[in-house]
Design a protein around this ligand. Structure first.
Ligand code: M6R
Length: 608
């Protein structure tokens, strides 16, 4: 997720671009850049770091004159945060310049072809292929050239483009990445999101997939990929700037929950090639995968919970032994590692002190380390031997939702890949798993749309003192995460227990009215779980059950039931966690807590 802006008009472009980027910094903030055309040359400045570095560098835009420009605030995907990887990107002749939000999935293939045709690449980004492709196909007609490259690019993009020989025109196009346009101060403005344009207009056009816009200072034309003109209606935006940053949602946490379907798709789609799984960044031959004797997953908080799920998935599917450790424990326990061990460190931020220390400890012992990380160029990403990125985009709320969901997806992909290579699943089983994986985004969407029912239920429990989450197998892992979501943002004491363990002590805490959330998604454990539900209910508990569609029997045992759509036994976490995230969220909202910034917590725990 990055932020793009563009302006063409009568005003100086640079200050408008910087102002717009300031409103989009929540979409990415590791580097920023602007390019402005003054009628003679395209001037460009880019800088690693927050936007203020760029503002200082350009004296708030004063050093870049001109009334046509584009800008970008970056959340690195391909290539670590640096001046050279920052956008915009220019062609060699400095006659075409581009900003991009999204991921070009076939960029390696395109890059190879372009290199073969003599193009030189300066950055590690996928975006640079776009500007060279434009250069390669450019025939003096920007619209035709843009449609040509659209047919060649796979993936997602929102682009702002300037062609030097069309000094009064700004072009924009999108596919699967957001883009809006509006009339600004005596001109037109494009942006990734509404906050960047609110100062200038409240009437915007939402660009749909594969639509192209040509803007001049006093006109705006919309085209299809077949260059046909389209008529569009503007939409009036009533939000204030604060609400607009959150996309109209009340909190970043809710917005990020709603971003899960897209984040999940972004995480799996570049790694699915037909009916095979390709994780190039693993950089492991089939022989190396076959020779793994043990996996050790090390992480903190929710990332650890994703690891607990992965133990069941990897052991079940790929039949490889998995140990899961809290990084804060692992780093001091002198774990036994040999050359057959692969260490997997999971981290959203890539900066968690304990996880980083665990990585260094593992490397010192000679182990190979794979990082599953969200922030490109973070310490864990840099120091791991190999990195598999989750493409969740920036996560602002302290309580993780979309990054956790993407960690699960990355781990499922790994399990499927290992299972296929190690021969523990058949071709047809793999195909079925891939089908199930592709269905997850829509299923998550469906569950999110059921939020009112969960909100109503949550409102009844605002005064709860203790909540227990119980489950077996993967359902225990889901319970761990459900419980953490609730307690960290609502300050209600909550515990997750392996349901079979209850009777060894914890059940004494159950009394009249205690809320117990029971997760029952594992068919082989369903009957056992039903017994556990009865056990707590007969001691006075009020039971909220989360189970698979069709498991109606639970209606008799529990007080309130939430059904999740059908998937295979390994992927249920991705669905069952959604109502639990919503439950924690609505309890927190109902209690008037600071949802996005809970007390005593930080987004990234960089101290021990
Ligand atoms: O950035 P990381 O994934 O390494 O962070 C790990 C934990 O600090 C994090 O998951 C934390 O538990 C969150 N507050 C959970 O919502």
């Amino acid at each position: 997720m990055c932020g793009i802006v563009g302006y063409v008009g009568e005003q100086k472009a640079a200050p408008i671009l910087l102002d717009g980027l300031g409103k989009l910094e929540y979409r990415g903030y590791d580097s920023a850049g602007i390019a402005v055309y003054d009628g003679k040359k395209i001037g460009m400045k880019k800088a690693k770091g927050r936007l203020k570095v760029l503002s200082e560098l350009t004296h708030d835009g004063e050093t870049l004159p001109g009334t046509l420009g584009i800008g970008h605030t970056r959340w690195a995907t391909h290539g670590e945060p640096s001046d050279v990887n920052a956008h915009p990107h220019l062609n060699a002749e400095e006659s075409i310049v581009v900003v991009h939000n999204g991921i070009i999935e076939n960029y390696m293939k395109l890059k190879k072809k372009l290199i073969g045709r003599g193009y030189q690449f300066l950055s590690d980004t996928d975006t640079e292929v776009i500007v060279h492709l434009l250069d390669y196909y450019y025939n003096g007609n920007p619209l035709q050239t843009i449609t040509k490259i659209m047919h060649r690019m796979e993936g997602s993009y929102a682009l702002g483009i300037i062609f030097k020989d069309h000094p009064e025109e700004l072009y924009a196009v999108r596919k699967d990445s957001p883009l809006i346009v509006g009339h600004a101060k005596s001109g037109c403005i494009i942006a990734s999101d509404v906050p960047a344009v609110l100062k200038y207009t409240r009437d915007v056009y939402f660009i749909e997939n594969e639509e192209i816009v040509r803007m001049k200072k006093d006109s705006m034309e919309f085209f299809t990929v077949d260059e046909e003109v389209i008529e569009k209606e503007s939409v009036h935006i009533a939000w204030d700037v604060d609400a607009a940053e959150k996309g109209g949602y009340e909190h970043f946490m809710l917005k990020e929950m709603y971003e899960q379907p897209k984040a999940i798709t972004d995480t799996f789609s570049p790694r699915l090639k037909g009916n095979t799984i390709e994780i190039e960044e693993l950089n492991m031959s089939d022989e190396e995968i076959q020779s793994i004797r043990k996996l050790m997953i090390v992480a903190c908080g929710s990332a650890y919970h994703a690891g607990v799920t992965a133990k069941y998935v990897l052991e079940g599917m790929a039949r490889v032994p998995v140990e899961v450790d809290l990084a804060s424990e692992y780093r001091y326990r002198d774990a036994l590692i040999d050359e057959g061990t692969l260490i997997i460190i999971i981290s959203q931020s890539g900066e968690t002190a304990d996880s980083l220390a665990a990585l260094r400890e593992s490397k010192q012992k000679g182990a190979r380390v794979l990082g599953i990380v969200n922030v490109v160029g973070s310490s864990i990403a840099r120091e791991a031997d190999n990195v598999m990125y989750t493409w969740a985009g920036p996560e602002i709320a302290v309580a993780t939702t979309k990054a956790y969901s993407c960690q699960l997806i990355a781990l499922y992909l790994l399990a499927m890949k290992f299972a296929k290579v190690r021969g523990t699943i058949t071709e047809s089983e793999l195909v079925q798993y891939i089908e199930d994986l592709k269905r997850i985004p829509d299923q998550v969407e469906l569950l999110l749309n059921n939020k009112n029912r969960i909100q109503k239920f949550a409102n009844r429990y605002l005064a709860a003192r203790d909540v227990f989450f119980i489950g077996r197998g993967i359902d225990y892992a889901i319970s761990l995460e459900g419980s953490l979501k609730l307690k960290e943002i609502s300050y209600i004491h909550s515990e997750a227990y392996a349901a079979g363990e209850l009777k060894h002590g914890t059940i004494s805490l159950i009394e009249e009215g205690t809320l117990v959330a029971a997760v029952l998604t594992q068919e082989n454990l369903y009957k056992k779980m039903l017994s556990n539900v009865v056990e707590v209910r007969t001691r006075g508990a009020f039971v909220l059950a989360v189970t698979n569609e069709g498991n109606d029997q639970v209606e008799k045992a529990a007080d309130y039931v939430i059904y999740i759509p059908k998937t295979n036994q390994y992927f249920t976490n991705s669905l069952a966690i959604i109502p639990l995230q919503l439950f924690g969220y609505y309890i927190s909202v109902g209690k008037g807590c600071d949802v996005d910034k809970p007390r005593n917590l930080a987004k990234s725990v960089t101290v021990e």
